[in-house]
Write a protein that binds this ligand. Structure first.
Ligand SMILES: Nc1nc2c(ncn2[C@@H]2O[C@H](COP(=O)(O)OP(=O)(O)OP(=O)(O)O)[C@@H](O)[C@H]2O)c(=O)[nH]1
Ligand SMILES: [Mg+2]
Length: 252
């Protein structure tokens, strides 16, 4: 487990409601059952917040709405969806007869927890960056009758490196095997967003065979060549992972 668990458990204990932040590109993958169990153990209401919706198309957003009718869809980058989210939080606060609602914000690293807080609380200046593990301590921020607390991202015990890479919760530079992770990411994009994958890799799904080297296709398409015309697959892998982490690959 990452060293931040005690900090996050404290955030859970000291909150009236928990915002669980997931990434719209991969909401299922970014749920963290260990963390959800912890929240349930303290009987705190959970609001699922699907962030980074700006990276999806309108039809994908509609799909998400259908699939997760109770979740709130937002974009911390574009400041979208926060009026409704605030209302949702206030409803829970009213029901519990609270004058001030303490809102804890949790999730994997890099899901946009700090960005969400900056939108919820206008004066908040929590640090936002594409480096996973940016937030280290906790910080309370006031927003009207809300008190919002940021928290460091947490990773379940023994989470696979491929999963963490796709989740952008582990920085590409820190991965043991970036090419393997990039290949898993490509497979993920083909599965969920096939048209985007075809455009990105330059290979139609129907033309992929077990012999296809997708990193080589990507590198060749982008002109990442080494001496002798060999494709630099490591550069292709690292660039793809960095662009994915920085939200440079729009799926819309
Ligand atoms: N496209 C897009 N990017 C976002 C959005 N919200 C946050 N980001 C980006 O995602 C990255 C992580 O944002 P943070 O708010 O620092 O994420 P965090 O969950 O607080 O991360 P840690 O503190 O490292 O756990 C940054 O590069 C943000 O610019 C969003 O709604 N859309
Ligand atoms: Mg943060």
């Amino acid at each position: 487990m990452s060293g931040f668990w005690p900090v996050v458990v404290n955030v859970i204990k000291n909150s009236d409601v928990i915002l669980f932040i997931v990434d719209a590109r991969m909401p299922e993958l970014s749920r963290n059952f260990e963390l959800e169990n912890k929240i349930q153990r303290y009987s705190k209401p959970i609001i699922f917040v699907i962030n980074k919706t700006d990276l999806l198309s309108q039809s994908e957003i509609s799909e998400l709405r259908k699939r997760y009718p109770k979740a709130y869809l937002v974009s911390g980058l574009k400041n979208l969806g926060f009026k409704k989210l605030k209302e949702g939080i206030m409803i829970i606060g009213h029901k519990a007869r609270l004058d001030t609602v303490r809102v804890g914000v949790v999730g994997y690293p890099n899901m946009g927890k700090s960005a969400v807080i900056n939108c919820l609380a206008k004066g908040a200046r929590t640090k936002v960056s594409s480096v996973a593990g940016t937030t280290r301590g906790t910080q309370w921020v006031r927003a009207g009758s809300l008190r919002v607390i940021d928290s460091p991202g947490v990773i379940p015990f023994k989470e696979r490196e491929e999963t963490l890479g796709i989740l952008t919760a582990k920085n590409p530079e820190k991965l043991d095997n970036p090419e393997k992770v990039a290949l898993r990411l490509i497979a993920f994009i083909y599965k969920k967003y096939p048209l985007k994958a075809e455009e990105l890799i330059g290979l139609k799904e129907k033309d992929i065979t077990p012999e296809s080297d997708l990193l080589e296709s990507l590198g060749r398409k982008r002109g990442y060549l080494l001496k002798g015309g060999i494709v630099d697959t490591n550069r292709a892998a690292m660039t793809l992972l960095r662009e994915w982490q920085r939200g440079k690959i729009s799926l819309g």
